[in-house]
Ligand binder design. Structure first.
Ligand code: ADP
Ligand code: ARG
Length: 340
């Protein structure tokens, strides 16, 4: 493998941080599970419009390829060391930023998790993926009360049901080209699926970008209730599943943007006036370190001035702090919208 030919307009953190020296240092390294530099950077090379450009195949690769990954992690999270966690909803001092329901359509908070002792999705074998699906769907059977639900494998799900779940924002999309290049879509749809309770306020995606995406969501802006449900669910699942975790990087995920809390707390919010003044809009999101996504998730466009607003940073910040920062930012956006 030769040093890649990055185009001059490449903006990914991969092309920024993969110097010739680092390339030479890492090009022949391999993790115990067989992950290589070639595979680490494949998605970024095949998708030159990537913003990050790497997917990690196992926990050990975060150490082996640290000369490339640490600067990427540092730049994305502004932090590289010693994850701190706090998922106690009693520590979350917030109120609903939109008590009259004028702006916030829904709130969703998810965390990514992967199982200890397994390679991550980009490097998992077909049989191992099925074992993960079996272990996670079994663990989910033990949940009761509000969290009780059923697992729906993607294999065998009719297209109409699948498309409706996607359209209603409950299920992951299919055919993401970044994941495809990283090997995360291999043997699709086998081993993938969604668990949810009857009113779809608690959901778990199995074997998408991470082995678990644990999700709490509901209509409106009661962010604290959504966080409390998530916190309870994670605690329950930790009784039967051991998640990959390191003191330095927090929860281990296949994309370095998700390390640490692995949490993305978002609202769908309608902001027609700010939507026409993107400079003002972005000055607020930058101040609170928030990310703006489209209404159908990452890499989608906003429709009817509805935006997905979430915390950008996940490592070096606790879960409670991330949710608080998102809530404060949303409050500021609502105030700005009202003032226009
Ligand atoms: P992830 O959140 O897991 O990083 P995406 O950005 O692709 O991945 O979002 C996944 C799905 O969740 C999409 O359908 C998206 O529209 C939906 N979603 C995200 N935030 C909210 C929200 N606050 N309310 C309702 N749906 C949401
Ligand atoms: N690999 C894509 C890129 O570099 C997405 C990165 C962040 N998003 C994610 N879902 N991991 O642009």
């Amino acid at each position: 493998m030769n040093y890649p030919n990055f185009s001059s307009d490449c903006k990914s953190l991969l092309c920024k941080h993969l110097t010739k020296e680092i390339f030479e240092e890492l090009k022949d390294k391999k993790s115990r599970y067989g992950y290589t530099l070639n595979r680490l950077i494949k998605s970024g090379l095949e998708n030159p419009d990537s913003s990050i450009g790497v997917y990690v195949g196992d926990e050990e690769s975060y150490e082996i390829f640290a000369p490339l990954l640490n600067p990427i992690i540092q730049e994305y999270h502004n932090f590289t060391n010693n994850h701190k966690s706090d998922m106690d909803p009693n520590h979350l001092d917030i109120t609903n930023p939109d008590p009259n329901g004028e702006f916030i359509l829904s709130t969703r908070i998810r965390v990514g998790r992967n199982l200890h002792c397994f390679p991550l999705g980009p490097n998992i074998a077909q049989r191992e993926r099925l074992i993960v699906e079996c272990m996670v769907s079994d663990a989910l059977k033990s949940l009761d009360g509000e969290l009780k639900g059923r697992y729906y494998p993607l294999l065998g799900m009719d297209k109409e049901t699948q498309n409706r779940l996607i359209k209603d924002h409950f299920l992951f999309k299919e055919g993401d080209r970044f994941l495809e290049s990283a090997g995360l879509n291999k043997e699709w749809p086998e081993g993938r699926g969604i668990f949810h309770n009857s009113n779809k306020t608690f959901l778990v995606w199995i074997n998408e970008e991470d082995q678990l995406r644990i999700i709490s969501m509901q209509k409106g802006g009661d962010i604290k209730e959504v966080f409390s449900r998530l916190s309870k669910a994670v605690k329950e699942l930790e009784k039967s599943l051991k998640f990959a975790f390191s003191q330095r990087l927090g929860y281990i995920t296949s994309c370095p943007t998700n390390l640490g809390t692995a949490m993305r707390a978002s609202v769908h919010i309608k902001l027609p006036k700010l939507g026409k003044d993107m400079q003002k809009f972005q000055s607020i999101t930058q101040k609170y370190d928030l990310q703006i996504r489209g209404v159908d998730g990452e890499h989608s466009q906003s429709k009817d001035y509805i935006y997905d607003i979430s915390n950008r940073r996940r490592l070096g910040i606790t879960e409670v702090e991330a949710v608080k920062q998102m809530t404060d930012g949303v409050q500021a956006l609502i105030e700005a919208e009202k003032s226009l």
